[in-house]
Design a protein around this ligand. Structure first.
Ligand code: CA
Length: 229
């Protein structure tokens, strides 16, 4: 799948009003829509129809949505965006580490939802590492390990570049604190969240046009960070 316009989205949601609303939003944006109102129906439809992305509600009548995610992940790498009324940070972290691509907390804005879907589809269409990318005034060359801000070279320490590169490889997707800690400091430091906070602060000081109001590296409170689209 290379164009999101033709992508098929499986909407897993038991509340009919929300399911219809989602269906309308998606169809208006040019997606094909499949619907499932239970965990069992979701897994069956995913197997039979091979959608390009799953929007997954967590509170389903026959099972928890996280069990659907776990089962999907046993045989399939299809992007899954979790729709949740739950704002608990621990739950978000758990789902991301189980392999969810992203989450959208209800009530959600339709433009935010569509942006998240398009970003997830783009990532799944080109899973290979991009050699270089631009985020607003920032240019990141992952191969040459060079970063420029408005054309001016930015000198980053090794770990600062490592952090930026990690976020860049998952652009648009939230990367959890523990993933950042494991990748940059090793598994022993998986709980030392303050390491990440300090490094983020240093990195923002060097690359954000206004470090006090970050627009490039966005905070997902209690969960992690994402590089802006
Ligand atoms: Ca529900």
């Amino acid at each position: 799948m290379t164009t999101s316009d033709l992508a098929t989205i499986l909407v897993v949601e038991d509340e009919i009003s929300i399911r219809r609303l989602l269906g309308n939003i998606l169809e208006l944006s040019g997606f094909r829509v499949l619907e499932a109102d239970s965990a069992a129906a979701a897994l069956k439809t995913a197997r039979l129809r091979c959608p390009d992305l799953v929007l997954l509600d967590l509170g389903l009548p026959d099972d928890d949505g996280s069990r659907v995610l776990a089962e999907l992940r046993e045989w399939n790498a299809i992007p899954v965006i979790v729709l949740s009324a739950r704002s608990e940070e621990n739950e978000k972290v758990r789902l991301l580490e189980m392999g969810a691509d992203d989450f959208v907390t209800k009530p959600f804005g339709s433009s935010e939802l569509i942006a998240r879907i398009k970003a997830a589809l783009r990532r799944s269409a080109s899973p290979d590492n991009v050699p270089a990318l631009s985020v607003g005034p920032l240019k990141i060359d992952l191969v040459a390990r060079q970063v420029t801000l408005q054309g001016e070279a930015v000198v980053l320490a090794r770990k600062e570049f490592g952090l930026l590169a990690l976020l860049a490889r998952h652009r648009g997707k939230v990367v959890t604190h523990s993933t950042l800690l494991r990748e940059l400091w090793g598994p022993v430091h998986a709980n030392d969240v303050h390491y990440v906070r300090i490094l983020i602060q240093k990195l923002r000081g060097k690359i954000e046009p206004d470090p006090g109001a970050p627009s490039l590296i966005l905070t997902e409170l209690g969960v992690g960070y994402r590089l802006a689209q």
